[in-house]
Each structure stands twice: as C-alpha cells, then as structure tokens.
Ligand binder design. Structure first.
Ligand SMILES: Cc1cc2nc3c(=O)[nH]c(=O)nc-3n(C[C@H](O)[C@H](O)[C@H](O)COP(=O)(O)O)c2cc1C
Length: 206
C-alpha cells in the first residue's frame, strides 16, 4: 500500500502541513504497513508547461521537459492513495501546485487521447484533498450558485487533477477563516477530522 502525500503550501509547518500530518498519522494508525512518501512541493524545482505549437504530450503521453516533475509521474500513477493539501490562493491553488497539475497534461493525454492507462478498478486508487482559506466560506445556496464559496474554484481544479491521474476523488476537508500560521490548531475539530479521515481512507467505499 503506497500513499503519496503532496504538501502544497509554500509555508512550511503551516495549516495545511499540520492537517496533512494528522491525516497521515490516521493512516498509520489503521494501516501500519502503508508506505508513505511525503513530497514537499515547495522544495521542488518544476517548470511550467511550456509547449508552444504542437502539444507533443498529446502524441506521446510524455512531457518533453525533464526536471523534478519527471519522477513524480510514475508515483502519481502508482500510488493507492494520493492526498494533496493546499491552501486557497486567489480561489485556486498556489502557483507551485498549479505547475504540477498543468504538467499532468501528459497523463491526461495518456488517459483520454492515447488511452494507454488501464482503467483502475473502482475504489482501488483514491484521491483525497485538504484545504483551508483565510476568509469566510459563504454557504448559502445562492452563494454556491454564484461560485462565491471560497472552495468552489479549488475543488473544481482538484476534480480534474484527480481525473487526469486516474484516481477517484473520494472526499475532502475544507476549513474557512484559517489564516495565520498554526491557526488550524485552535479549530475545535480540524486535526481530529484529518486524523479520522486518514484512519478511514482505506475503507471508504468507491
Ligand atoms: C497569495 C495568497 C492568496 C490567498 N488567497 C486567498 C483566497 O483567495 N481566499 C482565502 O480564503 N484565503 C486566501 N489566502 C489565505 C490562505 O489560504 C491562508 O492564509 C491559509 O491559512 C494558508 O495556509 P497554509 O498555512 O497551509 O499556507 C491567501 C493567502 C496568500 C498568501
């Protein structure tokens, strides 16, 4: 059992780092044999997608750029669980995370154009997303319709990210009004929620 944990915040030991650590502790509590690989996106040097004319990856399924994204492709396709934590930045993910998502166009192409990624058995590969935002989440139906919910943009991006890497987006945790470093520790349930979500991830039905 291989878990790929992607830390998406540029802020070391910030709120989303804390929650992802708790999520992983939950996994270890229920599945001690799980092999967990932690990837701190802020430490990677990854260039943005920069195809100019012909999108070569649409023909080959490979990205022509060779950098610290290159070894991540296999890991993204191999993991049983891919868990990503990321703060909301301008209604989306931080640029460092978006660069990785955009570079997954090569995997999108393998899946949807070249059709050479075998379909995963339902529920056999799972994606989980953890996010926080500094402002207030507007939860009224009209706010949601108008896309005012602070997580609606980032959630849509995650949906397409997880599809492109061929995992089921099983669930997420979102916390509003969490801004200063470590503020999440004052939330009444967040760290416990993250631990519980990790503990149960292997048994969430597809
Ligand atoms: C560049 C930048 C953009 C941000 N944009 C938003 C935003 O659009 N909505 C929001 O609710 N919070 C926004 N925030 C606040 C962060 O989501 C918040 O500080 C969060 O707690 C950071 O999580 P971290 O400690 O894991 O980095 C922004 C913060 C920064 C630095």
């Amino acid at each position: 059992m291989y878990v790929l944990a992607l830390y998406g915040s540029p802020r070391k030991d910030g709120n989303t780092d804390i929650l992802l650590n708790d999520f992983l502790k939950g996994i270890t509590s229920s599945t001690p044999e799980a092999q967990i690989e932690r990837v701190y996106i802020r430490d990677l040097s990854i260039s943005p997608c920069s195809c100019q004319d012909d999108n070569i990856c649409l023909k080959t399924g490979e990205c022509f750029i060779k950098d610290e994204m290159t070894p991540l492709y296999d890991k993204l396709l191999r993991a049983d669980i891919v868990v990503l934590s990321s703060p909301v930045f301008f209604a989306s993910v931080p640029a460092q995370v978006k660069v990785i998502i955009d570079r997954c166009q090569a995997l999108w192409s393998r899946k949807y154009i070249l059709k050479n990624i075998p379909p995963a058995l339902p529920g056999s590969r799972k994606g989980f997303f953890i996010s926080v935002g500094g402002t207030t989440r507007l939860v009224s139906a009209s706010a949601e319709r108008e896309g005012k919910d602070i997580f609606s943009g980032i959630q849509t991006t995650m949906k397409y990210f997880f599809k492109s890497i061929n995992v089921d987006y099983v669930s997420n945790l979102f916390y509003e009004k969490i801004d200063s470093k470590g503020a999440i520790l004052k939330h009444p349930t967040a760290t416990k929620d993250a631990f519980e979500a990790g503990r149960k991830i292997y048994i969430i039905p597809p």
